[in-house]
Design a protein around this ligand. Structure first.
Ligand SMILES: [Fe+2]
Ligand SMILES: [Fe+2]
Length: 293
């Protein structure tokens, strides 16, 4: 590698991506922008508005659809409640909504069970996990996953990710997912811990864990795992861990929601800077205003 690679990680957007973000990212030194998804809050059209804004980015950008992307509100509720028949019925039309969403994103690449190269670094591959993940190791949006990828179970999802890794010639990997993996804590303030159930628990995804472990046992170097979904503010009070290093891997939960907020009387825009220099990874939270990207 000739020089360090600079990546910007934009966490769950939830409608907050504005012309200031576009201008600052376009002017920045980033080689690649990654987004953990959830462009919308509750309504599909909100996601289209944010997607059109992102389409104005002139940097290579890669996004994974979150559980708020291309679902209708009733479908989202049916997925949360795990109502089997309604989940199937309400998934009708998701393929069409996904195509509109992709069109609105323009040249932003939409990943899912896919491998992408990092611009300027032939040694590193980006592995993008399962779209529409909602945590708890449940295969959400199964009808759409089946239609789009032929994935019908969590075991098939894990197997597909492992197959992708096996076929990837790059030795160094970065994972991008909407929700993070299991195995990183089971309290409500854990990086992907459950903060909405009194028993708390690990709300990570087992297929992603399986893929990461597979990569490591097959001689790959997993530099970083980037995801979101479990927002930083936890229910009742406090914030969860958003960055930890385990077994040599940097895990980043980028879901600072809202990502644009007021602090000390100024409006700040959140993202994370990830610098890769050979095998060394540097992570820093960025709270930017004005020209300070
Ligand atoms: Fe989410
Ligand atoms: Fe979210």
């Amino acid at each position: 590698m000739s020089r360090p690679i600079q990546l910007a990680i934009i966490g769950d957007v939830h409608r907050q991506f504005d012309p200031h973000d576009v201008m600052q990212f376009n002017r920045s030194d980033y080689d690649l922008l990654l987004c953990t998804g959830d462009l919308a809050n509750m309504w599909h059209r909100e996601g289209l508005v944010a997607a059109r804004q992102m389409a104005r980015l002139q940097k290579p950008t890669l996004i994974i659809p979150g559980n708020h992307d291309t679902l209708t509100l009733p479908q989202l509720v049916a997925e949360i409640k795990q109502w089997p028949r309604l989940r199937r019925w309400l998934a009708w039309g998701q393929g069409q909504r996904l195509r509109r969403w992709q069109r609105a994103l323009g040249s932003v690449q939409v990943g899912g069970y896919s491998v992408h190269l990092v611009p300027g670094d032939e040694d590193v591959a980006m592995v993008v996990g399962r779209p529409f993940a909602m945590g708890g190791s449940v295969l959400h949006c199964q009808p759409q996953l089946k239609r789009q990828f032929g994935i019908g179970t969590m075991a098939e999802s894990a197997a597909r990710l492992c197959q992708l890794i096996e076929q990837t010639s790059q030795q160094k990997l970065i994972f991008l997912a909407h929700n993070g993996p299991t195995g990183l804590g089971s309290t409500r303030k854990s990086i992907w811990g459950n903060d909405f159930h009194p028993d708390e628990g690990d709300f990570g995804d087992s297929d992603l864990r399986e893929a990461i472990d597979f990569a490591q046992t097959h001689g790959k170097t997993v530099l970083t795992v980037v995801a979101g979904h479990m927002h930083h503010h936890v229910k009742r009070e406090g914030n969860r861990t958003w960055h930890l290093v385990a077994d040599g891997i940097h895990y980043l939960n980028a879901a600072r929601v809202p990502r644009i907020f007021e602090e000390n009387g100024r409006t700040v825009h959140h993202h994370i800077r990830l610098t890769i220099d050979d095998n060394s990874v540097t992570v820093s939270e960025q709270l930017c205003q004005g020209n300070d990207f």
